[in-house]
Design a protein around this ligand. Sequence first.
Ligand code: ZN
Length: 245
Amino acid sequence: MRYAIISDIHSNLAAFQAVLHDINGTGSIDRIWCLGDIVGYGPDPKECIELLRQYEHVCVAGNHDWGALEKIDLNDFNPEAAAACRWTGQQLGPDEIDYLANLPLTLQEGDFTLAHGSPREPIWEYLLSTYSARISFDYFQTKYCLVGHSHVPAVFEQLADSEDCFLAELSPDAPLILGENRQIINPGGVGQPRDGDPRAAYAIYDSEHGVIQHHRVPYDIDATQQKMAEYGLPSRLITRLSYGW
Ligand code: ZN
């Protein structure tokens, strides 16, 4: 089976379409695993939900998915993110609201647990250091865990017979071969990358070969930025897409 692992689409339809085009170019996939934050920040929340729902997929809830519904307090977001959450909520119809409201916090798919932020605190916790990742290994039962939220591709690998873990790179240059050690893997973000590379990021998991391949895809950043400007979304959110921060 082949699974596409995507996260943090963030209402960026141009990026999402480019990723889907790229996925289809790599051969057929059986299912999409989406790690949350379908909406927020970008200009096309409704369209991104509709497009994802055309595919066989599972998806967990992200902080922006709940933020758009005001299911969590918008004071917990920075002012620009909160403004985008409010605007996003106004674009959604009852069907999209219902879909986002019913996303689970975590899911198990075979050897993988899926969570947006972390398995310990799925909505808000960022896994950016080995310190926080180390604690997270106690909070899922499967061998592997997939997370998003930071928009930074990464692999945290737990050392065998140890509580310690180390940070490894997830890069398109080399496949990640799943071995004996437990791992927490972040595929990076589709719609708002933050690792200094503005291209959309995603990964493909091939269960037969036990391999995860990372991919980066250029997309029409300008098209997304123009729509965001037209809809009056915060300028910092528009600018950052050019640089991937
Ligand atoms: Zn996000």
